[in-house]
Each structure stands twice: as C-alpha cells, then as structure tokens.
Design a protein around this ligand. Structure first.
Ligand code: NBP
Length: 496
C-alpha cells in the first residue's frame, strides 16, 4: 500500500467521531450518511487524491474532514478512536490493519465494514486483542443507495466495542416502520460477517429464483420484457413484496438507448460474482447444512459463465419436442406461487445454516433480531422477513422455518402449483435449478424415510462402514458380511 508522503497536520484537533478509510461507492456514501446524522467524520483513501476530490465535491460544506495520511486521520479522532475500513476485502484490509495497529491505543476500535471472510475477522479480532484493540467485523448491506440513506448493518466482534459504536451505527441504519433500526449486535468474533455472508447467500438464491421465474414467463409464456415487468410490478403488491422484485420490474421495463429494445434483452447472459455466495455454500458444506438452493444459485452463475460452450452445445444437444403452454394467466399465477414457496425454502436453508454454524462456533444468535435487521435497508428486504421475525418471536428455538404455522399454511396452499411449474419447466426444457432444489429440500425435510438406508448398505457392502438398524437403538452399529467373502472387521465409524 502506498500513501503520499504528506506530513500530518500538526494543528489538527481530535474532533472527529469516527474515521472512515476507503472512498469508493460504499465508503463515500456511508460517510455522507454519518455526516447527515450529525457526526463528524475523518476520511482517508489509499489513492490520496480521492480525498480532496471528495471533500471538495460531494462532501463540501458537511462535517467531513479529509486526512492525507493515516497518522493525520488517527490524530483527528476522539478517544476511544473508531476507524472503519470500507475497502476491498482480503489483502487491503490486512495491510491497513498492519499500518494502523501501531498508531492506535488500547481501547481503540477498528471496524471492517467490507465483505470479509468470517474466519479472517475471527482471527484478526483475536490477534488485535493482544494489543488491547477492539475489533468489529460488520456486514453492511444495501448497496450504494442503502449506504447513503440507511443500510442494514450487522456488527459482530469484540463485545466491548458495541456501546461505543452503537449510537453511530443505529443512527445511520435503515429503520423499519415502527422506527426500529436495522442494526443490532450479532455476536462475538466473526458472527457479524458470517451473518452478512449468509445474507448474501440468500440473496444469490433469491436473485436466481427471480431469474427462473422470468425465464419461464419469457420462454414458456412468451411474455416480452415489458409484459414481464407488469407481472413483477403486480407481484410486488402481494406476498412477494420485496426490493428485488421491485427492481426486477424496473429493470424489465427499461429500454436500451442504443437499440430501442428492452435493455435486459441486450445484456449478455453471463453473471459475475464476488465470492460471498460461494463462501456461504462452502460454509454450509463444512457445517453439514443442506443449503441446496443457495449452492444451486452459485452453480447457476458458474453455468452462465460458460457462454461459449453453451452456445456450441445448443446446436448439438436436443431438447424436448414443442408442446403447448398453459394459458398466460394460469402460468403467471402458478409461477408466482412457485416463486414464493421456493423463497420460503431458501430462507429456511439460510436460517438453518446459521443455527448449525452458531452451535459449532459457540455463538448465541438471535434469529428474530437478524430477520428484523434484514427488514429494511438490505438487498433481501422483503415482507416475508416480517413473517420470519414473528415466527422466531413465537418460538425462539424453532428448528426450521418450514415448521412455522404461517409457512406450513403458505406451502400447503402453493405446493401444487410449485410442483406443476417444476414439471412444466422440465417438459419445456427450461432449467430451474433453484426452484427444483428448493422443492427437493422441502420434500426431503418432510420425508420420514429417505433412501439413505440403501446408501448406508452400499457403504457397508464395499467398505464395512456399518449401519444402524430401524429396530435397534441409535448408536448401535452393525456390519454384515454381504458376500460371504469379507471378514467380520468393521471400519471406524465417524462422520466425514
Ligand atoms: P471496492 O470493493 O471497489 O474497494 C475500493 C476501495 O478499496 C478503494 O478505497 C480502494 O482504494 C481500496 N483498495 C483496493 Br481496490 N485495493 C487496495 C489495496 N491493495 N490497498 C489498499 N486499498 C485498496 O469498493 P466498494 O464497492 O465501495 O466496497 C467496499 C467494501 O464493501 C468491499 O469489501 C465490498 O465487498 C463491500 N460491499 C460492497 C457493496 C457494494 O454494493 N458495492 C455492498 C456491501 C458491501 P483506491 O481508491 O486507492 O483504489
């Protein structure tokens, strides 16, 4: 990291409530949000020219003070000093911590508001505690607009930091209708960044499910983008009410200035990613949590990136014979129901993953509070989160959201359409990996008897991995000499 060798201003007084490093889209807008709420903010950026560009531009006339060096930034801060990093995750965060560490004193607070990996946050918190420094890893969701007008903020780390940063964070966070801020303490160590990671995993699933609904409307129903925009706008007035449905209606209604066609039709069908969906999936695999729909959404982006191969394969691989589609009104309503039911299953997976990881990590997560934090400001904000927060208020230890009475009722009302839409998609050759994995999750979770008895028999057959019997106590393992050629020795039993 290089900073210009401009000396710290010796006349600078410690007058700022917080320092923010990173003047890209998130940092700039968060700083403006803080200043708009009466806080004085010191600002710094690796490329120092961006500091004066900001203070002389968008920040002009506001309580925002530019710093040309880290020393100057630290010198501007009231004690305990609070420094928030809004930079690219990974190496940049590591380097800023290294540079700031000798400049800070015990009790000072370092906050990482980027999308860092929870295990990095956990490690950094433990390491900085050796110098008496408090560390907070916080998820910030809501993109550019949220950062400016009210994001959802999910802080975790050193608990002693929370009373110090709470007034700033809760002031700038989004508020739900009753005024509750979409920001509360999540838990120790990497808990805040973990919850943000799961938020992003759910976001991947939500976006993929919406894309599949659009694909069905387009390729089975024959709807144009503006027609689909009207459908999404209508859906947004009902139980699907959410930010992502709302912006989808806007996107589908937008015309390309160059061609005059719907803009969405001229956008190449390859999706990028910054990795948080993959982290959620890897975390789910590590925790043994079946977050199937979130993982399918990650795979769907990988598949979309194979554009050249897909185009070549489309000329070779046969699809199903053409068949009539249901009438438009029926299709639209069935897809709506399938989308809502799939969404419930995807959120259930995210909350199940959080519960399983929290147990392993020793965190006490408040799931109702997490749902409330996601009700405003963030990308997955949705009316559904109100029902989720109520479900945990009614039963804090709810093992799975699918079991909550309002969701039992919603799925029993929608499941027929859900099944028919997935069958229809298969018959028309339209891939719906998120919809179908969500239904598979639902059907697996409600199955009192899965075919894993056969898997276990196969494992015992070739590897003497033993099995438990339906007519015996749990934990009692048996081995069968299936072929008469094997011995009686069983393999060690463990879960891997
Ligand atoms: P970026 O993720 O694009 O990061 C830009 C900032 O990182 C700039 O200040 C840049 O300094 C600095 N930086 C880079 Br890039 N490489 C650096 C290095 N090697 N050493 C020091 N600084 C370096 O900005 P963003 O989109 O505002 O996101 C900031 C954080 O918030 C990220 O972790 C991101 O994942 C997270 N986030 C983003 C969004 C979003 O919607 N964009 C939403 C939620 C969370 P420079 O100006 O000198 O290049």
């Amino acid at each position: 990291m290089t900073t210009l060798p401009i000396p710290a201003d010796p006349t600078a007084l410690p007058q700022a409530d917080i320092g923010v490093i990173g003047l890209a889209v998130m940092g700039e807008n968060l700083i403006l949000n803080m200043a708009n709420h009466g806080f004085t903010v010191a600002a710094f950026n690796r490329t120092v020219s961006k500091v004066s560009h900001f203070t002389e531009g968008r920040a002009r006339g506001l309580s925002i003070i530019g710093a040309n060096t880290l020393e100057e930034l630290v010198g501007l801060l009231r004690r305990p000093r609070k420094v928030m990093l809004m930079v690219k995750a990974g190496r940049p965060v590591e380097e800023f911590i290294e540079h700031l560490r000798p400049l800070l004193e015990p009790g000072d607070i370092l906050i990482d508001g980027g999308n860092s990996h929870p295990s990095d946050t956990q490690r950094r918190m433990q390491d900085l505690a050796k110098d008496g420094l408090l560390y907070v890893g916080t998820g910030v969701s809501g993109g550019e607009e949220g950062a400016l007008t009210g994001p959802s903020i999910m802080p975790g780390g050193s608990p002693a930091a929370w009373p110090e940063i709470r007034p700033i964070f809760q002031a700038i966070a989004a508020k739900v209708a009753d005024g509750t801020p979409c920001c509360d303490w999540v838990g120790e160590g990497g808990a805040g960044h973990f919850v943000k990671t799961v938020h992003n995993g759910i976001e991947y699933a939500d976006m993929q499910m919406i894309a599949e609904a659009y694909h069905l409307l387009r390729d089975v129903g024959g709807l144009s983008a503006p027609e689909a925009a009207d459908v999404f706008r209508e859906w947004n007035a009902g139980e699907l009410d959410s930010y992502l449905i709302e912006i989808t209606a806007d996107i589908l209604g937008k015309t390309d200035d160059v061609t005059g066609q719907p803009l969405v039709d001229v956008i190449l069908d390859t999706a990028g990613q910054k990795g948080t969906g993959k982290w959620t999936s890897v975390g789910a695999l590590d925790a043994g949590a079946p977050a199937m729909t979130i993982t399918q959404a990650v795979y769907a982006r990988y598949m979309s990136a194979l554009k050249t191969e897909r185009v070549a394969a489309s000329a070779v691989l046969p699809g199903p014979a053409a068949r009539p589609a249901p009438d438009r009104a029926t299709l639209v309503e069935q897809v709506r129901r399938a989308l809502y039911a799939s969404k419930i299953a995807a959120y259930a997976q995210g909350f199940q993953l959080m519960r399983m990881t929290a147990q392993e990590s020793g965190w006490t997560l408040d799931y109702g509070s997490i749902a409330r934090m996601w009700r405003g400001g963030c990308i997955i904000r949705a009316a559904l989160l109100g029902t989720i927060s109520d479900a945990f208020a009614a039963q804090a230890e709810l093992p799975n959201l699918l079991l909550s009475p309002p969701f039992v009722a919603a799925i029993s009302e929608h499941q027929q359409a859900w099944r028919e839409v997935i069958a229809l998609a298969a018959l028309h050759g339209v891939p719906v990996p998120a919809f179908s994995s969500a239904l598979a999750y639902y059907d697996s979770y409600r199955a009192a008897r899965l075919p894993a008895n056969l898997l276990q028999a196969q494992r015992d057959y070739f590897g003497a991995h033993t099995y438990e019997r339906t007519d015996g106590p749990r934990g009692e393992f048996h081995h069968t000499n299936w072929t008469g050629r094997g011995g009686e020795t069983a393999s060690t039993t463990y879960n891997a």
